[in-house]
Write a protein that binds this ligand. Structure first.
Ligand SMILES: Cc1cc(C)[n+](CCc2c[nH]cn2)c(C)c1
Ligand SMILES: [Zn+2]
Length: 244
């Protein structure tokens, strides 16, 4: 199918069929250690809003889980829908969540730069966290309060002292599989770690995401919504679970 990259065998996102996932007792707990002082800025890249981190040291890393070594935090961003019925990239038993958080990390042990790691099969590790409608998320609110300043494509504001571990559920359970970036260059370089438990955010917080624009200042406004890729075929892959 020409819509997927020619010869792609491990594309993302996918539907996670809970009963087809295979418990792997050798999977370790994921260890997350982020240093909030490595937080740099928020920017609207015309596809999502990204919070980027100083990745020149090993101050903010993840290790364990399915990973062979430690990976450095580079950025996090979200995908969401125009309405609450859809918005996530991955689905669980064909259910969409209204949004999905991606924390993007790269293998600085084996590769000299993020750009290099993006091209390698074990170059990236992305933690996916589902967002569901519920109670207001206080940690997310600091991010939401900054969004009006990055409403247009290519706007950026300084953002510091943010610890993204407040956005990750404390429940250790996750699924993991070999996949890809979900936007160009769609490279098959991602070890996905999808948290089983969602975080709760409220309607106003989701609505704040939807006030962002795909378009630059001065262009005809297009609301930034539905910035998720369609589901891709599982092909010859198994999704493993860290839990029974
Ligand atoms: C070089 C590069 C470019 C892009 C758009 N991304 C983000 C692609 C993406 C967003 N969500 C899942 N994959 C990454 C991680 C690296
Ligand atoms: Zn993403």
């Amino acid at each position: 199918c020409p819509l997927t990259i020619p010869g792609g065998t491990r594309q993302s996102p996918i539907n996670i069929q809970w009963r087809d996932s295979v418990y792997d007792p050798f999977l370790k707990p994921l260890k997350i250690s982020y240093d909030p002082t490595t937080c740099l800025h928020i920017w609207n890249n015309g596809y999502s809003f990204l919070v980027e981190f100083d990745d020149s040291t090993d101050k903010s890393i993840i290790v364990g889980g399915p990973l062979e070594n430690q990976y450095r935090l580079k950025q996090f961003h979200f995908h969401w829908g125009a309405i609450n019925d859809w918005g996530s990239e991955h689905t669980v038993d064909s259910k969409f969540y209204p949004a999905e958080l991606h924390l993007v990390h790269w293998n600085a042990v084996d590769y000299p730069s993020f750009e290099d790691a993006v091209m390698e099969g074990n170059g990236l590790a992305v933690i996916g966290v589902f967002l569901k409608l519920g109670a207001r998320h206080e940690g997310l609110q600091t991010l939401v309060d900054a969004l009006p300043a990055v409403r247009h494509k290519d706007t950026v504001i300084e953002f510091d002292e943010f610890d993204p571990s407040c956005l990750i559920p404390s429940c250790p359970d996750y699924w993991t599989y070999a996949g890809s970036l979900t936007t160009p260059p769609l490279t098959e370089s991602v070890t996905w770690i999808i948290k089983k438990k969602p975080i709760e955010v409220d309607e106003d917080q989701l609505e704040a995401f939807r006030t962002l624009l795909f378009t630059s200042d001065g262009e005809e406004e297009r609301r930034m919504v539905d910035n998720f890729r369609p589901l891709q075929p599982l092909m010859n892959r198994t999704v493993r679970s860290s839990f029974q």
